[in-house]
Design a protein around this ligand. Structure first.
Ligand code: NDP
Length: 317
């Protein structure tokens, strides 16, 4: 039988009422109204959330969705418990433990005690994962999986991952090896993170501070670029191979590079579920994590260094 949850009318949430630097404009509101659930949505009690570079871009106002209006709560990734369902919700029920990301969220983000989500963006949390681990995954795993798929990575092919130690890169290494069956995985990072890349499954870990990856004699079937040097990336691919970049949108890319933007949907989360349940694909949580909910601004400023390893998670919310 579904549990009953008492949902308050007000909650704690991080809110920005104007665009600007995160540290200047993001404030903890102790009394924000809990969002209303529309037909196809569920209300989730957020247990853990995770940060992504795009959260900063949205607070800064660099990236905005059509129809966006202030004030807003930032945050895409979450893991939590369904506490209320809209009238047209078909599969999820009150009490379900879920995770997901809301890439088209305009106003009600995940850095709040409660948030509303479209049912279709959420999947049941794999039992093997804690809330913290689950919250770290949705945006990056959807971006990693979708990009590798579009680039045509398949069993027996080789891949070079630029930015192997970050939120996207760490999970891309795991997926390339365990889900796509790459025969050889190479990845770049600075010197102190090469062992991490190897522990995740990289056959070749390249210190980008010492080696220009495009000068290596070895070329790759696929280059997955989570950093941005597209002109160099295309020099590292084999003839007939492909280069997918998840940065540098909106500029012309040198062929065969193309741009990929992750989307929110539960289908990727369902495809990777067996690998998460078996432990073959494990999230990489940043060692300074989790940051408690009260320290969201500190967590943002840490992520903004561009040097964070794995995922920066907020827990407990
Ligand atoms: P992170 O902040 O987690 O990445 C930090 C990591 O980047 C650090 O571990 C750092 O390692 C590494 N890094 C920095 N510079 C280099 C370099 N020159 N070569 C290799 N590694 C480097 O970011 P994410 O992984 O979350 O995102 C990466 C990029 O992808 C961002 O620009 C983000 O906006 C974008 N993105 C795009 C998405 C899409 O849908 N298109 C979705 C998600 C992210 P070290 O300390 O060793 O330098």
């Amino acid at each position: 039988m579904a549990e009953n949850f008492v949902v308050p009318t007000r909650m704690k949430a991080w809110v920005y009422r104007e665009h600007g630097d995160v540290a200047t404009v993001l404030r903890l509101d102790p009394e924000l109204e809990v969002p209303k659930v529309r037909e196809g949505q569920v209300l989730v009690k957020v247990v853990a959330a995770a940060l992504n570079p795009i959260d900063t871009l949205r607070v800064n106002g660099v990236y905005q969705l059509p129809g966006f209006a202030l004030p807003a709560v930032p945050g895409y990734d979450l893991a939590g418990i369904v506490v209320k369902v809209g009238r047209e919700v078909k599969e999820l029920k009150v009490g379900d433990e879920v995770y997901g990301c809301m890439l088209n969220a305009n106003k009600d983000g995940t850095l709040a005690e409660y948030t509303v989500e479209e049912e279709s963006f959420l999947a049941l949390k794999p039992k093997k994962l804690s809330f913290e681990e689950a919250a770290s995954l949705p945006l990056v795993i959807q971006t990693a999986y979708g990009g590798l798929e579009r680039a045509g990575l398949s069993r027996g092919k080789s891949v070079l991952i630029l930015g192997g130690a970050g939120g996207v890169g760490t999970i891309t290494i795991r997926l390339a090896k365990e889900v796509f069956g790459a025969s050889r995985v190479a990845a770049t990072s600075s010197a102190g993170k090469l062992d991490l890349l190897k522990s995740l499954g990289a056959d070749l870990a390249i210190d980008y501070t010492k080696v220009n990856f495009e000068d290596l004699p070895e070329k790759f079937d696929v280059v997955y670029d989570a950093v941005g040097p597209s002109e160099r990336a295309v020099k590292a691919v084999k003839p007939g191979g492909s280069v997918v970049t998840i940065v540098d949108h909106g500029r012309e890319l040198p062929p065969p590079a193309f741009s990929f933007i992750g989307t929110s949907d539960r289908s990727t989360l369902e495809k990777v579920k067996p690998f998460l349940e078996s432990g073959k694909v494990k999230p990489v949580i940043n060692p300074k994590s989790p940051f408690p909910f009260a320290q969201v601004v500190e967590a943002f400023s840490y992520l903004q260094t561009g040097r964070a390893t794995g995922k920066v998670v907020i827990h407990p919310v």
